[in-house]
Design a protein around this ligand. Structure first.
Ligand SMILES: NC(=O)c1ccc[n+]([C@@H]2O[C@H](COP(=O)([O-])OP(=O)(O)OC[C@H]3O[C@@H](n4cnc5c(N)ncnc54)[C@H](O)[C@@H]3O)[C@@H](O)[C@H]2O)c1
Length: 318
């Protein structure tokens, strides 16, 4: 059986990637330092003999060396410092984890000939002025250290492809949401809004709320990532995944709260780093992977609501 390594596999997207990989009948190793990920996210996999969890840091070179000696066919690299605002307040952590961490993974992958799939982000893109969906050739613009470390990591990954012929791929998911995403204020906007709305609290929107996002349901995201990782034909490619539809944060809040009296606007903490319009052109993913998003925003919000409702802390209040 094939061995694969997932960095950040105890995180929100990572745990869904692990789930799809286990369904596909491969041995899955996860390395995660549980800084934002949680053991609960992966609890259901612990009964599988094909699943192994290592609590550890991708900045620990000795540990990485030991793990890579297990001979992986592919490493799906999701571990990262992901909070954009934190990256502005503490860019050094972003630099260390995102860029140095990716370098460490690449060095081990080069030593062992392991294919690397870097999970980058749509935040690398410059806003589209003409309202057209963004394809992979769209100009990049690092509006935050988070975006900058992702762009730099992408370039580093591609350099290992060109210089050392390492098989690699880069995935740029658009805003991803769904069950297992954090519901506290560190989480994504959809679970945060749902949680606040269950508690009867006001939904706060940063800025005027006209900024738009293309929200991708997490199982659609994980399915695409695993397809890319397990494909023998894809190498050296950068691939967007999203839905091709965007919604403003104002409309999203109304959809979740159902009532504008429970929505308020507050000044943006870092308005300079906000991308005003983000919508994905995923035609390359469709062409290369035969992939389409399957879950609509309404269905995805519903699935997320059902999951949040069953969280012990929320259950008592709903
Ligand atoms: N959520 C989104 O909307 C979105 C969109 C595009 C791209 N991404 C990317 O997808 C990946 C996963 O993001 P997520 O939303 O699941 O966030 P997450 O915070 O849930 O996942 C990141 C995981 O990495 C782990 N981690 C962080 N630093 C580590 C380190 N030094 N060593 C080992 N593990 C470490 C965390 O504990 C966590 O489990 C990230 O690379 C992120 O940039 C996320």
């Amino acid at each position: 059986m094939m061995n694969v390594l997932v960095t950040g596999g105890a995180g929100f997207i990572g745990r869904w990637v692990v789930k799809y990989l286990l369904k596909g009948g491969v041995n899955v190793w996860v390395i995660d330092n549980l800084s934002t990920g949680r053991k609960d996210n992966i609890a259901e996999f612990e009964r599988y003999p094909e699943f192994k969890f290592v609590e550890g840091d991708i900045l620990d070179r000795d540990l990485l060396k030991k793990i890579f000696n297990l001979n992986f066919k592919v490493c799906l690299h999701l571990a990262a410092a992901v909070n954009v605002q934190d990256s502005i307040d503490n860019p050094e952590k972003n630099f260390e984890v995102n860029l140095k961490g990716t370098f460490n993974i690449l060095e081990e992958a080069k030593r062992k000939g392991t294919k690397v799939i870097l999970i980058s982000t749509c935040m690398v893109y410059k806003r589209a002025d003409d309202n057209r969906p963004i394809d992979e050739n769209h100009p990049l613009l690092p509006l935050s250290p988070y975006a900058a470390t992702k762009i730099a990591s992408e370039e580093l990954v591609l350099s290992y492809h060109h210089a050392y012929r390492l098989p690699v791929a880069i995935v740029r998911p658009f805003n991803t949401y769904g069950p297992f995403q954090r519901i506290d204020n560190e989480g994504g906007v959809i679970p945060v809004f749902i949680n606040r709305s269950f508690k009867g609290e006001t939904l706060y929107i940063y800025g005027d709320g006209n900024q738009t996002r293309d929200f991708l349901y997490v199982e659609d995201c994980a399915r695409a990532i695993v397809k890319i990782a397990l494909s023998n034909d894809i190498s050296g490619e950068v691939i967007n995944i999203g839905t091709g539809r965007d919604i403003s944060i104002n409309d999203l809040a109304l959809l979740i709260a159902g009532d504008s009296s429970r929505i308020a606007h507050i000044p943006h903490i870092h308005p300079q780093s906000e991308i005003l319009k983000l919508v994905c052109d995923y035609s390359k993913a469709r062409r290369l992977l035969d992939w389409e998003p399957e879950v609509s925003l309404i269905e995805g919000i519903d699935k997320t609501k059902r999951w949040i409702k069953n969280q012990p802390k929320v259950k008592a209040n709903v």
